[in-house]
Structures are given as structure tokens and as C-alpha cells.
Design a protein around this ligand. Structure first.
Ligand code: PLP
Length: 393
């Protein structure tokens, strides 16, 4: 009997140790982790530089509250804003909290303009978190069901559809767009080139906030610090979490331009946001996330994608994603329900399936040459089984 609320469908394995791209179970069996805790441990498990920073800070000072100055928070803010090309940051503890902060900023922006019923444009297949506001912004019906989501406060349009957003230009209640540059949970959808630019332009023309959710795509995941840096847009609000702490829970909401002066003293807060401990971790992550690591994420992601493409394109497989955000799209009629367990049990390979038929890989950004080869070997064996019909439901 477990005392835990039954909110998760868990695989029957307990990991007790992690090192680089491998996790070890209770029998000390090694599993190649191509998921990194859902895009969290981007630098691999227990990276020595992050562990050292944690150890030092745990022995020095963990928490003081935001009633006092926190030099490590200042430093983390500087490193993050410089990498992200943003002006100011608010630190929280998760992706959902970062997006809550963004939603509050948008509503405050609306309030200052005198709007009485502000609405934020969000996308079909979007995922923004599980708090009440962020689950309302999320599209997934399973996540929303029964929660009396705040449906009057969001307008949902198809992703990658500029015309649908243009059609809302006459709606005086709209105050912002919230969008993922690449939809992660929704099936690794990348929009067409020019989509984000068009949204940015619409935000500019209509005085809306242009808000990017980079909780999953940020912190080097796509081979740039932030995915939007593959384009020439500039967000007003940028949220992130996941890889930001390499496993330590921390989130951030950054602002630039017209979003910079919205919050003042007392507008927002968090007991745990930006503790000395969490901030020190962010600093260690950003000191370790060098341009070489970003280049590695780009190169290894391309190599994995190419290997799958070469071998399985003639079986109807297509590839999605950028850098170390890799989606392997299987033919639509395929039963994918047994793939995760088969990969785990037969090949000790950790991955997941999203959007019904998309195998999702989110490997470490610093994946070594040897581990890249190993990943391709195990993945190919898995896909061979899938196409031989040897993967049960
Ligand atoms: C794009 C995006 N936004 C927000 C979240 C929510 O983050 P968290 O689970 O840290 O609250 C996620 C989590 O998967 C995400 O992928």
C-alpha cells in the first residue's frame, strides 16, 4: 500500500543512483537515460560541477527569504538574463510557477491599459503546467477535466496558424499571446519559419505581450540557450524551468521591453524563489552550459536524427524537433502503447511517447560520442522490434 496519491502511471523500476547519462536501479543495473527526467538533467545526472556547488552551498547557506539581499540570486539573474537576452528575472520553483508569473504579468499589463476582462491567446496542443491558471492555458483535455478551468480568460487557436491570431486583432480584450516555440508535451511540433515573427508583429501592432514558454525548450535543449534564438524575434516575457536547475527545482520568468516595469514591490513573491542554494545551482548550470555544450547538443541531436532517418524513413518514420529535442514520428496507425516498457525492459533505454505516436528523446546536452553511438544502437534495436511487430501493447 502506498500513501502517495495515485496521480502517476509509473514504470515498475526504482532508480537509486545516477551518473552522466546513466541511471542505476536497485540491482545496480545501468539504464541509458534518453529522457533526462523530462528535459531536466541537461548536463547529465549528478554533474560534478553542479554537485560541488550544491555541496558547498549546503554547508554555507541554504535559505534566508527574499526579505534580504541574496548575492547568488543577483549573480544567477545576471547569468540567465545575459544568456537569454532579457532584462529582468523573477525566480520561482517550477515551470508552472514561471508561467503563472507570466499570466499575472499579462493581466497586470491589461489592467494598466484599463481592460476589464483580459484574455490571453494560447494554442491547441499547448502545455503550460498544472496550476489552475496554467492548466487553463494547457490544451490537454485529460489534464483539464473536472477542474472548472478558467476558460473565459484564454482564447485557444490552432498552433502554427497566423491567420487565426490575426482574426483576433479586433478583440479588444486580448492582452497577450502565450506560446511554446516548439510544442514539447503536445508532440514536438515546430512551427513554420516566420510563425514566431508574425506573432511578434501582431503583438507589436496590437499592443499585446509576446510571451514565450521555454520551460522545456530553454537552457540549451535545442542547441541555443533559448529556442527563440534560432529566430530573430524578441519576446516581452520568457519563462523557463526544467534544465535551469539540472534537477534542483527552480523556474524563472524573464521580461524585456514593455513588460519590464509592470511588477513593483509587493506585486509578486515566493518564499522559496531564488534561495541562495537554488541560485547557486543556477549559476553552476550556466557556468557549465558553455557554447561547446550547446554545439554538442546541436551536433549529437543531428547525428541521432540522421541515423534514424537513414534507417527508418522508408518505413514511414519522420523526425521532429531541434537539437536534443527529438521526436520520432511513427506511422499513425501504429500501436505505441508498449514501446516505453519494451525499451526499458529489453534495452534498458529510457524514453517516452507523446502525442500518441511520437517517440520522444530528450538526451543530455553533453552526451558523449560513445553514449551517442550506444543510444543509436539501442534505439535501432527497439525500432526493429517495433516494425517486426514484437512490441506488445
Ligand atoms: C512547455 C512547458 N511549460 C510548462 C511546464 C510545466 O512545468 P512544471 O512541471 O515544472 O510545472 C512544462 C512541463 O512539462 C512544459 O513542458
Amino acid at each position: 500500500m502506498s500513501y502517495l496519491m495515485p496521480t502517476y502511471a509509473r514504470q515498475p523500476v526504482n532508480f537509486v543512483r545516477g551518473e552522466s547519462s546513466y541511471l542505476y536501479d536497485e540491482q545496480n543495473r545501468a539504464y541509458l537515460d534518453a529522457l533526462t527526467g523530462i528535459a531536466v538533467c541537461g548536463l547529465g545526472h549528478c554533474h560534478p560541477a553542479i554537485t560541488k556547488a550544491m555541496q558547498e552551498q549546503a554547508e554555507t547557506l541554504v535559505h534566508t527569504s527574499n526579505l534580504f539581499g541574496i548575492p547568488w540570486q543577483e549573480k544567477a539573474g545576471e547569468l540567465l538574463c545575459q544568456a537569454a537576452g532579457m532584462e529582468k528575472v523573477f525566480f520561482g520553483n517550477s515551470g508552472a510557477e514561471a508561467n503563472e508569473c507570466a499570466i499575472k504579468l499579462a493581466r497586470l499589463f491589461a489592467h494598466k491599459k484599463g481592460l476589464t476582462h483580459p484574455k490571453i491567446i494560447v494554442m491547441q496542443h499547448a502545455f503550460h503546467g498544472r496550476t489552475l491558471a496554467t492548466v487553463s492555458a494547457t490544451a490537454n483535455p485529460k489534464a483539464r477535466e473536472g477542474f472548472y478551468t478558467l476558460d473565459d480568460d484564454f482564447i485557444r487557436v490552432p498552433f502554427n496558424d497566423v491567420v487565426a491570431v490575426e482574426a483576433l486583432a479586433s478583440d479588444k480584450d486580448v492582452c497577450a499571446i502565450l506560446v511554446e516555440p516548439i510544442q514539447g508535451e503536445g508532440g514536438l511540433h515546430s512551427p513554420d519559419a516566420g510563425y514566431l515573427k508574425a506573432l511578434e508583429q501582431l503583438c507589436h501592432d496590437n499592443d499585446w505581450l509576446f510571451m514565450l514558454d521555454e520551460v522545456q525548450t530553454g537552457n540549451g535543449r535545442t542547441g541555443k540557450y533559448f529556442a527563440y534564438q534560432h529566430t530573430d524575434v524578441r519576446p516581452d516575457v520568457l519563462t523557463t524551468a526544467k534544465g535551469l536547475g539540472n534537477g534542483f527545482p527552480v523556474g524563472a520568468c524573464m521580461v524585456a521591453g514593455k513588460a519590464t516595469k509592470l511588477f513593483g514591490v509587493g506585486s509578486h513573491g515566493s518564499t522559496y524563489g531564488g534561495t541562495p542554494f537554488g541560485s547557486r545551482v543556477v549559476c553552476a548550470v550556466y557556468e557549465t552550459l558553455t557554447p561547446q555544450v550547446l554545439q554538442n547538443a546541436h551536433d549529437k541531436g543531428a547525428a541521432i536524427r540522421q541515423a534514424v532517418q537513414n534507417r527508418y524513413a522508408d518505413k514511414g518514420v519522420t523526425l521532429r524537433g531541434v537539437g536534443m529535442m527529438i521526436g520520432i514520428v511513427l506511422p499513425e496507425n501504429m500501436d505505441c502503447s508498449g514501446i516505453v516498457a519494451h525499451a526499458l525492459n529489453q534495452y534498458r533505454l529510457i524514453l517516452n511517447v507523446t502525442g500518441g505516436n511520437v517517440i520522444r528523446l530528450l538526451p543530455a546536452l553533453n552526451l558523449s560520442d560513445a553514449d551517442t553511438d550506444e543510444l543509436i544502437t539501442r534505439l535501432s534495436a527497439l525500432l526493429d522490434d517495433v516494425f517486426a511487430g514484437e512490441v506488445g501493447a
